[in-house]
Design a protein around this ligand. Sequence first.
Ligand SMILES: [Fe+2]
Length: 212
Amino acid sequence: MGSIVNYNLTEELEHGIYVSCLVRDLARDLMLGEQQVYQLQIAGMLHDIGKLRLTNYLYGNEEIASPLVIEEMKYVRMHPLLSYEILKARDYSGLILESVRYHHEDYDGTGFPSNLVGDEIPLGARIIRVCDVFAALTTDRPYRKRFEVDEAMSLMIDEIKHFDMRIFLAFENVVHRVGTKYQIRLAGDDTELGERYAFGGEELLGGKAIWQ
Ligand SMILES: [Fe+2]
């Protein structure tokens, strides 16, 4: 099905790790304490966890498996709340919960699910928002190639009303330092793995090749 609700666990993990690292650096630059930085790293990793439940829900039910796009949009917009509920049931901290729940709120009040405006949006959520958008723009998608760092930043400046300006300015410094260094590919090109491990396989197995 040509669905916008088509999440892939590998891609979600890659995105979570990428966002988590950017959030850590940005939170440190914003002078948050290490305990907060640590919790925001977790929030950055898990902010979209509700999407995976959505996928199971939509694909696990034949009647819902071919919904209209508008219907899917409704569910997609639920994902921050689903993420929040999943983590709340497991006693994640209040800082993590609010950061996850509001990570799609925009500074000008046009985000979702609660249309919060400005500083009504918890700080952690504002931090994740900036990192999340940058990570998405600089990652290949099935329907488009990734944007270069400069292109991504200028697209974000075009939409600057969505972001907390103080956080965005600090983020520019982070990007200047690390660019896309934290991007990770867990699937696809195994050349490097092959070079590092395949050749040494016999030694790793105590001199016994696996096919013996
Ligand atoms: Fe999200």
